[in-house]
Design a protein around this ligand. Structure first.
Ligand code: PEP
Ligand code: MN
Length: 344
């Protein structure tokens, strides 16, 4: 529910609306707009209270209109936060017009591999280094990541090369540990609805990259983001990484390119696209990445490995450093071509 105040509403009238909402045991969030203030109620309102509250608030001085929002997410929606969120990672800004590329290997495999990838992606223009230390693998016999040692490698390389990092956290109990070593916590596609993990990541106060589950609707994905936001963490990014395909013959997933403009319209959170998991084959990654840029993504997450043929995970979809450098030039060309037509 959102209470739209009249243009001429006084500070006292706004305050009275906030107090009335709070007197009913609900949270009130004043949202100053260009012309007038709105007061949002981000908490769930018990159905029996809804009509009564509508009646009371509608009759209060200074109130123009009470609007019902039936979305499963509120803090993630533009209704509550009309302007783009800008995420800050050290010097790097993401969203609100700032475009970033995050790149690196699927998994941290060794110091040398990570260092070589970090140098290559930075030289080509990436601003964040990716690399999994904890890997969610379908088979328990597959490489599970170097875990704590992987985190140490990431941190050393990050400092040596001068590039911030993003890495997945799988277990709520590891959030504090991972947050000590990396700059952005990645919540993987398989963990999108691990609610205790979302709460722990939200509480950490670290920027979070929330991947969409391949089975999730956009509402479910934004509701997952809501878990992070309700913990007071506003540094949240969404990541589209492909949804279940009708045919796995040629591609691992189907990148939902529609999600880019849809999410940008309904939410203020930056949207990052992962074409590597989206299509699953390095041959197709550049084309899909460029489509995401043209569609308005705020950034890309791309797997790059110094020797994809030797990769311990996701080698088939990892770009070689020279392929990545070429793609970065193409990305720049698409962005430059679109700049004169940018709408804000
Ligand atoms: C990854 O980024 O390497 C990863 C495991 O991604 P996802 O959670 O999207 O499968
Ligand atoms: Mn991967």
């Amino acid at each position: 529910m959102i209470v739209l105040m009249r243009k001429e509403a006084t500070q006292e009238q706004i305050e009275a609306v906030v107090q009335t909402i709070e007197a009913h045991g609900l949270k009130a969030l004043p949202l100053p707009g260009g012309e007038r203030v709105a007061v949002g109620i981000p908490s769930a309102i018990p159905p029996n209270l809804r009509p009564l509250l509508d009646e009371i608030l509608s009759a209060m001085p200074g109130v123009d209109q009470v609007v019902h929002v039936s979305r499963p997410y509120k803090l993630a929606s533009r209704d509550f936060h009309p302007h783009d969120t800008e995420v800050r990672v050290g010097e790097v800004r993401i969203g609100a017009g700032h475009f970033v590329v995050m790149a690196g290997p699927c998994a941290v495999e060794s110091y040398e591999q990570t260092l070589s990838a970090a140098r290559a992606v930075k030289a080509a223009g990436a601003s964040i280094l990716r690399g999994g230390a904890y890997k969610p693998r379908t088979s328990p016999y597959a490489f599970q990541g170097l875990q704590r040692e992987g985190l140490e490698i990431l941190k050393t390389v990050s400092q040596e090369v001068g590039i911030p990092t993003v890495s997945e956290v799988l277990d709520p109990h590891d959030v504090e540990l991972v947050a000590e070593y990396v700059d952005i916590l990645q919540i993987g596609a398989r963990s999108m609805q691990n609610f205790p993990l979302l709460v722990a990541a939200g509480r950490s106060g670290k920027p979070v990259l929330l991947k969409r589950s391949p089975h999730a609707t956009i509402d479910e994905w934004l509701a997952a983001a809501e878990y992070l936001l309700t913990q007071g963490n506003e540094q949240v990014m969404l990541c589209e990484r492909g949804i279940v395909p009708i045919d796995r013959t040629y591609a691992r997933n189907t990148l939902d390119i529609n999600a880019v403009p849809i999410v940008r319209y309904h939410s203020h959170l930056p949207i990052i696209v992962d074409p590597s998991h989206g299509v699953g084959h390095s041959r197709y990654v550049p084309a899909v990445a460029l489509a995401a840029v043209a569609a308005g993504a705020d950034g890309l997450l791309i797997e790059v490995h110094p020797h994809p043929e030797r990769a311990l995970s996701d080698g088939a979809q990892s770009l070689r450093p020279e392929e990545f450098a070429h793609l970065m030039a193409q990305i720049q060309a698409v962005r430059t071509a679109l700049t004169p037509f940018a709408t804000k």
